[in-house]
Design a protein around this ligand. Sequence first.
Ligand SMILES: Cc1cc2nc3c(=O)[nH]c(=O)nc-3n(C[C@H](O)[C@H](O)[C@H](O)COP(=O)(O)O)c2cc1C
Length: 234
Amino acid sequence: VTASIGGASARAALDVIATTRSIRRYLDRPVEPAVLSEILFAASRAPSGSNRQLARFLILGATPEAREARLLIAGNARATWAAKAERDAYDLGAAASPKERLARTMREYVEGLADVPVLLLACLIRPGAPASDEGASVYPACQNLLLAARALGLGGVLTRWHRGVELQLADLLGIPAGVAIHATISLGYPAGRHGPVRRIPLRDAVFEGRWGRPAEWISEPAGTRHAGSGQTSG
Ligand SMILES: Cc1cc2nc3c(=O)[nH]c(=O)nc-3n(C[C@H](O)[C@H](O)[C@H](O)COP(=O)(O)O)c2cc1C
């Protein structure tokens, strides 16, 4: 472990951050335990409120219960996506439109979700009563996990596909009362390229001194391309 980072390694770290997209298509290739272990180590380095370290990761591996949990989450994802696709008229666009491409990717993703190489639950042992900001002690770990996966040539996506089936999952997997599931993350070796993440222009996201006042000194790397909110690079 190097304490001082600069030059080429700084550039490499920033490139990892700038190319960590949501990856929803995976090769049919298992993730080696040592690689998964390294990714989880990175996740566990994340900060948490008062350094309480109450984030926990439950890997849905090869046990019958885990298989059942995967099927439950996948069924929930299919239903959730079908409802959203219908609500947002996702399937109606021309075949080549970005919206239609996303719809196809999402459909394939939810259809194959039970069989993704790695599926895990990011959980929090609640320190007290449920609180609306408690996810703040889990999501930094999730992003660390995704960045480490990207650095090691894998890709993944943070999802909320567990929403609505938390009780069944708790029952199946022995998750105690007082533990909240905050994310369902899938991981694997990507079937496509990572490509750059696209976001709104930085000057629309950074203000100085007063809400809405752009920071005049803000700049982006040459060639940065943008996408509005709701659009995705995937
Ligand atoms: C809180 C949160 C919830 C998300 N939920 C889902 C989800 O349920 N399903 C999914 O496929 N992606 C989910 N995502 C991934 C986002 O759709 C993705 O980050 C966004 O579209 C940007 O895409 P990109 O990273 O490929 O640019 C979620 C992301 C976050 C941060």
